[in-house]
Design a protein around this ligand. Sequence first.
Ligand code: AOF
Ligand code: ZN
Length: 341
Amino acid sequence: MASTAEVQAMTDAIALAQQALCPPGPNPRVGCVILAPDGSQVSSGAHEGAGTPHAEVVALQAAGAAARGATAVVTLEPCSHTGRTGPCTEALLDAGVSRVVFAVCDPNPQAAGGAEALRAAGVDVEAGVLEAQAQQLNAGWGVAVSRGWPFVTLKIAASLDGKIAARDGTSRWITGEEAREEVHALRAQSGAVLVGIGTVLADDPVLTDRRPGASYQPIPVVVGRREVPAKSQLAAREPLQLRTHDLREALRELFAHGVTTVLVEGGPTIATQLLRDGLVDQVIWYIAPTVIGGGLPAVGDLGITTIAEVERFDVTSVTRVGADIRVDMAPPAKGIKGGGN
Ligand code: AOF
Ligand code: ZN
């Protein structure tokens, strides 16, 4: 059983991981607190992105000799592999830590096994403390590393009747400023923002987080065979261009580039294909309180011919954003065509 001091330390470690300047990418958010045998906090640390020391190592370094006989409280199972940095299991053993309390088992097959390695070396190990809370730190990352392609969020901003543009192609702005600002925050939480080449040609998007003080920008990704025009706004950002129509292949390639979470922002061709192939993990749908009538539908033909074939999402939240409505949805856990894990 974890002590009160250990549970408090885990709460603190989760907060540290949450606050760390760790960009969304190949590495998870992780926090660590070192406790002395009397339960007092000796040191703490958080991970700040790929290539930088893991949270355990940051905390151990700050603790120095005081780590001997101490308890390490970590939000993620300590790694037992050499990746960009060395194994944390070794660092913990070298420092003389006698107990390790962690929240979430490492879903990364390459790094997992730390708990067993520590136990085998005589360390007292406890797993699962505040697991659900710590899970939220890296929800998309966990899904991605366990299956080998990124967590996909499909964002759509449409009218009540599901149109994303009027008949002449004009689409700025269907949703209001508040919704658009929220989308900038979604970009800040994503490793990549993906659009089809059709959207680049039609809308000339920039795909950046333009909120004041934004320090991180997701990798812009364009899918499709046609060239990104040199004079487009995106060209200056040197987007990653995936010249394929096979989105499954494109997603695997993105994962190979270190992308674990991708925000898909258009257009209908990509949205249709992702839904048809069951590749969507989360839908964030902004509904503007307006009816366009004729115009461009957000989603094209999914190959559904009769109502018995439709798949319903589970609604996870409904919120008002300015004058618009945001609906968050997830595909039902089972029965996703081809996209299950
Ligand atoms: C982190 N930060 O604090 C911990 C991680 O490529 P590497 O060497 O940085 O290893 C990344 C893996 O290490 C990661 O997928 C996860 O499984 C494990 N633990 N990673 O980035 C940390 N503790
Ligand atoms: Zn590690």
